[in-house]
Design a protein around this ligand. Structure first.
Ligand SMILES: [Zn+2]
Length: 371
């Protein structure tokens, strides 16, 4: 009798697991591996800065649902604020919002303003094709998803050049989405996780059967748009929640991807006659810039992360000298060394791919070196 119960129990577990797996459980969850810090920062005589130029943390601004229906003026309002604080933006664009006929290129003012943003260092990324139905990729085969992603990317390619990032409409994605993105040479996907996790390779846990077919990096955001409905009444509560979330990411060393929707962000509060959400964005950027937070595009952050993952550093000491050799084919500028040298060592040499890039024979024990 006990045996029979045991088998039924096991069967139920299997059934539930299968349901969770096939019903896109990874929409808000992440593989276990993503909870652990993938970067090696602690060494015997120094630690590496997690971010370039000794920055204390990272904040990534992303604006979803930019489409033909977006007014160039609205993007201008955002840009004015981000420029003030030196923050870069990543715009997730719907190339044909609501239907094939609604092309982004039909809004010439917007396209030229976005091109200007691109020229100043912002990023244009893909957010579905029509975003209709809202969960556009749901229930679609690999071929169908590939076709939509390919068409969307082509639209943006023509207007803005190479496209590196993708955010699935309403975060709906599965292994076929990753496979399609990888075959379209995307660098990263930014969907969601309800936990503060590090960027990860989806193939490591969710899709071990797909192997190299889904060679892409996932940089998830916390799926809460704090800017969705900001009013004078809830302003301080939302702002507090936003900062708290940022701080918990910073403490752990994970990136805080700020998730917003452009149409909601530029909403004018009729009761107060103010752009409450934009004011909250401004407060947030004031806070991050005062705290020396790095504010790059999603692409810049992902490339930095990949560089760091692949970094090889070897350390050799002899008498009063410390010799560091760095092997990396990627751009390592900004890499920061926080030294903690014993008294006997006062000379430091740093080599990059065989070339000496730094020499100091009078190093302080707590020297900070930025490459
Ligand atoms: Zn969207």
């Amino acid at each position: 009798m006990i045996k029979k119960r045991y088998i039924i129990f096991l069967f139920l577990i299997l059934l539930v697991s299968f349901y969770l797996y096939t019903s896109n459980v990874q929409r808000y969850f992440s593989p276990f591996s993503s909870y652990e810090d993938p970067l090696e920062t602690k060494f015997e005589y120094f630690s590496l800065g997690r971010y370039p130029d000794a920055h204390e943390g990272v904040s990534l601004l992303t604006f979803d649902d930019v489409s033909y229906a977006t007014s160039a003026n609205d993007v201008m309002k955002v840009k004015e604020i981000t420029d003030t604080y030196g923050a870069k933006s990543t715009y997730f664009i719907i190339p044909r919002y609501g239907g094939e006929g609604n092309t982004l290129s039909s809004n010439g003012d917007l396209v030229s303003y976005l091109s200007y943003c691109l020229s100043t260092g912002d990023e244009m990324a893909l957010h579905g094709y029509t975003h209709y139905p809202t969960e556009e990729l749901k229930g679609k085969s690999y071929e169908e998803q590939l076709e939509l992603i390919d068409k969307g990317k082509e639209d943006l390619n023509v207007l803005f050049g190479p496209i590196y990032g993708f955010r699935p409409p309403s975060f709906w994605k599965n292994s076929n989405t990753y496979k399609a993105l990888a075959s379209e040479d995307f660098l990263y996907c930014s969907s969601a996780s309800i936990f503060n996790v590090f960027p990860y390779h989806p193939k490591e846990f969710f899709h071990p059967f797909f192997g190299d077919d889904i060679d892409i990096i996932e940089v998830p955001c916390f799926p809460e748009d704090y800017f969705w409905d900001v009013t004078s009444e809830n302003f301080s509560t939302l702002y507090f929640e936003l900062i708290t979330r940022f701080e918990s990411c910073q403490k752990k060393g994970t990136a805080f991807v700020v998730f917003t929707h452009l149409p909601r962000l530029v909403n004018l509060d009729e009761a107060t006659g103010r752009y409450e959400a934009l004011e909250m964005l401004e407060n947030y950027l004031e806070y991050t810039s005062e705290n020396d937070i790095w504010m790059p595009t999603m692409r810049e952050y992902t490339e930095w992360h990949i560089m760091f993952l692949e970094l090889e550093i070897n350390c050799r000491e002899s008498l009063n000298e410390l010799i560091l050799t760095i092997d990396s084919q990627k751009d390592i500028s900004g890499l920061t060394f926080f030294f903690d040298l014993p008294d006997v060592i006062d000379t430091v040499y740093i080599y990059h791919n065989g070339d000496m890039i730094y020499q100091n024979d009078d190093c302080a024990s707590d020297e900070i070196i930025i490459i």
